[in-house]
Design a binder for this molecule. Structure first.
Ligand code: UDP
Length: 352
């Protein structure tokens, strides 16, 4: 069986790296990796391949730093060339980026079977580019690997039971990764207090609205007076903060590799983020999480009070930080318990 995996952005390296490691255990499967180049800085891309020992991509398309249309269009053109040459049995895509959508469209046009990992997630915010990418990708996938019960429910609500596709509750590959890499965590070379809050901000809904971004930073400035904030800064956020002279009173650090990130999560007292993946990692490593967004796809974390949604209002962020209580019994199995990769591979091998 030949699988072409398409990836291009940081969270996809982390997810696909975990699956690739498992695929290598199956001699009957050949995996070809296409890296679209959507994320290309060394600390947003190479570091993950090196540290996590992800097989080097067979194809690097070098398509990054462009508008949505140019990026997605050029990816479709280049991915199609590779697929015509490689003739795989499956194309496998992850999550909700432009690379995901481009790979999905090529698969459907060339009649190659498509597997979507992290299918069925919805924020119900159609302004988010990620929401459009995931809805369109789901609709043309042959197998939809859902990480959670709510993802399955979303698809049922949209009538997917009547469509010609297979819906599988696989569990979440990020939990498989978190369990594997936990032991390999590395302390980053930065000054840290005993207690610190780990924060990341990069979602377009926050960075593209200067008022929202300023309010979030103002809240973090306030919190930093009593507890150190550690913020590995996404290049997009760094540029927007610099261009708009937003005052930031704590020290940001360059994006870190995954092993450093796992160390920071494990040793933090709280996570404050707009990242999708980091919300789950907070749960995997048993940390409370305040999410700087209006919606989340990971609704089970909210329902079970591991995570609180606060959006970007400064006072709401501060009130939640000062007053909220969180569930600290993390024994519930929400994401499959680390068996997602095996479930996915077994399903692909037995697909008829
Ligand atoms: N991450 C990392 N280094 C960083 C920031 C994040 O390794 O400096 C990891 C994080 O632990 C998670 C993934 O990147 O596994 C999340 O990616 P991101 O927040 O960029 O995307 P999202 O999950 O929001 O799609």
């Amino acid at each position: 069986m030949k699988i072409v995996t398409i990836l291009g952005a940081r969270p996809q390296f982390i997810k696909a790296g975990t699956v690739s490691r498992k695929l290598l255990e199956h001699a009957e499967i050949e995996e070809i990796i296409i890296h679209t180049g959507q994320h290309y800085d060394a600390n947003m891309s190479d570091v993950f391949f090196d540290e996590m020992k992800i097989p080097k991509p067979h194809y690097f398309l070098g398509i990054g730093g462009k508008s949505h249309g140019a990026m997605t269009g050029q990816m479709i053109e280049k991915i199609e060339e590779v697929i015509l040459k490689e003739q795989p049995d499956w194309i496998m895509v992850y999550g909700d980026t432009n690379s995901t959508l481009a790979g999905a469209l090529v698969a459907s046009k060339l009649h190659i079977k498509l597997a979507h990992i992290e299918a069925g997630l919805r924020s119900f915010n159609m302004q988010m580019p990620e929401e459009i990418n995931r809805i369109l990708t789901d609709r043309i996938s042959n197998i939809l690997f859902c990480p959670t019960d709510s993802a399955i429910q979303n698809l049922e609500n949209e009538g997917y039971n009547k469509f010609n596709c297979k819906i599988i509750k696989s569990g979440d590959v990020m939990q498989d990764g978190a369990l594997f890499y936990s032991e390999l965590a590395v302390k980053p070379n930065i000054d840290l207090n005993d207690k610190f809050i780990l924060s990341t901000i990069h979602r377009a809904e926050n960075t593209d609205d200067i008022h929202k971004l300023s309010a979030i930073i103002a809240a973090l400035n306030e919190i930093h007076k009593s507890c150190q904030i550690v913020l590995p800064i996404h290049p997009r956020t760094r540029n927007i903060i610099a261009e708009n002279n937003i005052q930031i009173d704590f020290k940001t650090i360059e994006p870190v590799g995954y092993l450093e990130m796992v160390w920071l999560i494990k040793n933090s007292k709280l996570i404050m983020t707009d990242s999708g993946g980091l919300q789950k990692e907070a749960f995997f490593f048993e940390k409370p999480c305040i999410t700087l967004r209006e919606q989340t796809e990971w609704v089970e974390l909210i329902d079970h009070q591991f995570n609180i949604l606060v959006g970007s209002d400064k006072q709401k962020i501060l009130d939640t930080y000062n007053g909220a209580t969180f569930n600290n019994d993390f024994s519930i199995n929400l994401y499959g318990g680390g068996k997602a990769c095996d479930n996915i591979i077994n399903e692909l091998l037995s697909y008829e």
